[in-house]
Design a protein around this ligand. Structure first.
Ligand SMILES: [Zn+2]
Length: 395
């Protein structure tokens, strides 16, 4: 190396750089060399081969999506890994129950292993997985085969990080209690968390919550469907009690499980998701969900700050999925150079999943680094504000 050779391959200069543990931010530079974060400090641009001006931008660890659906061509809900995730700022994602023990081998071979972004999953307790949402995967309770789920989890620790049960009445019928009990037992046997999809459960939420243990995850905490977290507009005391015991709540927007009329009062009462997730799928990635950054923009519009949002799309989902051990979800010197730079975009009409809309500024990924490599971004799939209403109809 000559005396004048730049020390860094790339410097993201002058952005608002977030600490993913605390959500605190400072305006500084982030230098990348090879696949690592070389340095975080002001004044690094002079020593860079390439400089990207990030003034006025948010510089985050690469986003980690804690709940999505990626298994196209086998499952009707599988969304594309790159176009709907990586190219929209997500560098690691957890497939939440699209895959069951009987379809896992195909998921591993055709989807997860070849994917550019890091994929893990919560294995559906039904061997069928979520192949077709029209036919509940546990309507035949015999499809819950603990030995099969445990065998797949044991053989694939790099991939399986938990289990998933959908507890809606159209999935479990009136069998929810024994099915949940068996799912809790098998996840305890594996030493992994259980994710529980709520919204139209056969009984009110407290009956479900009282069965859950620390580390289990309630998906769709802001669902507008019956038996959610609110009663008369107030977050149920049983919900706070479950959180105090260590039960986690994630937002999992999805095609039908984010209602602004639930999220807004819950946020006003200080009840935030432990993990902010989009529940992106083939049914919603062209709206009403679009992607994780749009889910972030919606919760920001409802009152959460970036300081509150950032840990919930980086360090928290990385911890939940064990991906923190591989350096995902944090932005530190010496760590992997997974970075997502977001910009405030123009206002747009943003729909929820219950027929409501807000007009609010979106967030747009401008730079995405995966292990130091710049990956392309794709434009938002919604419509500008001057075509108001169209975005809602697209859902
Ligand atoms: Zn889902």
């Amino acid at each position: 190396m000559t005396e004048n050779a730049p020390r860094y391959d790339l410097v993201l200069a002058g952005g608002e750089v977030f600490d993913s543990a605390t959500g605190a931010s400072q305006v500084t530079d982030v230098a990348v060399t090879g696949d690592r974060i070389a340095r975080i400090a002001p004044g690094l641009a002079a020593d860079a081969r390439e400089v990207v001006d990030c003034a006025g931008r948010y510089v985050l660890p690469g986003l980690v999506e804690g709940h999505t659906h990626i298994f196209a061509e086998v499952s009707k809900v599988g969304a594309p890994p790159d176009e709907a995730h990586l190219h929209r700022g997500v560098v690691a994602a957890c497939d939440a129950g699209t895959v069951g023990a009987s379809t896992f081998a195909a998921f591993e071979r055709y989807v997860a292993a070849p994917a550019k972004l890091r994929l893990v999953n919560f294995l559906n307790v039904s061997v069928l997985g979520l192949i077709d949402f029209r036919f509940g995967e546990l309507m035949n309770p015999d499809t819950l085969v603990p030995e099969d789920a445990l065998a797949v989890a044991a053989a694939n620790p790099h991939r399986v990080r938990g289990f998933k049960i959908r507890l809606s009445e159209d999935v479990v019928g009136h069998n929810w209690r024994p099915l949940l009990k068996r799912s809790l037992e098998l996840s305890a046997d594996a030493g992994l968390p259980l994710m529980i999809h709520i919204g139209e459960t056969p009984e009110p939420l407290p009956a479900v919550l009282e069965m859950l243990r620390p580390g289990d995850v309630v998906a769709h905490c802001y669902t507008g469907k019956p038996y959610g977290i609110l009663a008369d507009g107030t977050v149920l005391p049983e919900v706070y009690a479950a959180r105090e015991r260590g039960v986690l709540f994630e937002s999992a927007h999805g095609k039908s499980n984010l209602s602004f009329k639930v999220a807004e009062p819950a946020i006003a009462q200080g009840f935030y998701p432990d993990v902010i997730t989009s529940d992106t799928s083939a049914r919603n990635w062209r709206g009403p969900v679009f992607d994780l950054v749009t889910s972030m923009a919606k919760l920001r519009a409802l009152g959460m700050t970036m300081e509150q949002i950032v840990p919930r799309v980086t360090s928290a989902p990385a911890r939940l999925t064990g991906l923190d051990a591989e350096g995902y979800g944090s932005l530190v010197e010496g760590g992997p150079a997974h970075v997502t730079v977001l910009a405030d975009a123009d206002e747009a009409v943003l729909p929820d999943a219950a027929g409501n809309q807000i007009t609010a500024p979106r967030l747009e990924p401008e730079v995405v680094l995966l292990a130091g490599e710049r990956v392309p971004t794709v434009p938002w799939r919604g419509l500008p504000t001057d075509q108001a209403g169209a975005a809602g109809r697209a859902s």
